[in-house]
Design a protein around this ligand. Sequence first.
Ligand SMILES: Cc1cc2nc3c(=O)[nH]c(=O)nc-3n(C[C@H](O)[C@H](O)[C@H](O)COP(=O)(O)O)c2cc1C
Length: 187
Amino acid sequence: MSRTVVCITGASGSIYGIRLVEELSRLGGVDLIVSSAGHRVIEEEVGRERFEKIRNLVTFHDEKDISSPLASGSTLCSYRGVVIAPCSMSTLGCIANGINYNLIHRVGEVALKERIKLILLVREMPYSLVHIENMLRVAKAGAVVMPASPGFYHKPKSMEDLINFVVGKVMDMLGIENDLYSRWKGL
Ligand SMILES: Cc1cc2nc3c(=O)[nH]c(=O)nc-3n(C[C@H](O)[C@H](O)[C@H](O)COP(=O)(O)O)c2cc1C
C-alpha cells in the first residue's frame, strides 16, 4: 500500500493532522514531519499525550533533516501524496515562492515538481491579499488548497464530527474511501 507524507505546521488546528495520521496509519505507512511551531501548537491545543500515541504509528522525520529521503523526487514519487494539515501562512508562503527553510517546505516543493498530489489544509482568519495570492500561486502550480472549514449540513453533534468532516474531505481528495462524515444526499 502506498505511503503518505503528513506535515503538521504551526497553524491552529493541529488536531486535523493528528486525526488524519490516525486514519491513514490503518491504511498504509505514514511519514510525519512536524515544524517547531507545529510542536508548540500541538502542546497548546491537543497535548503531548495524544501526539506521543501517533508518533508510534509513523516514521518520524526531523524538520531540520534536509538530507531525508523525502527531500528527493526519487523517493517521493512512490508516495500517494503529501498533506500539510494544518498549513500555516508562513509554510504556504515558502512553498508558493520556492523557499526551503525546512524539510516540510522541501517536500512541498518536490511534490509540485514531481506532480505528486500536494494538499494544503490552510488555516488563518482573515486572509490578507498576500495569503490569497500565495494560494493562487500554489494552486496554479498544481497543489490542492483546502480551507480548514467544516460544513454544517451533516448536522455535527460534537467537535469530533467537525474534525472528521474536514479529515474525511482530505481523504476524499487523496482518493481514499471513507465514511468519516455523512455525505449530502439531497433535500
Ligand atoms: C497558538 C498559535 C496559533 C497559531 N495559529 C496560526 C494560524 O491559524 N495560522 C497561521 O498561519 N499561523 C498561526 N500561528 C503562527 C505560526 O505558528 C507562525 O507563523 C509560525 O512561524 C509558523 O511556522 P511553520 O509554518 O514553520 O509551522 C499560530 C501560533 C500559535 C502559537
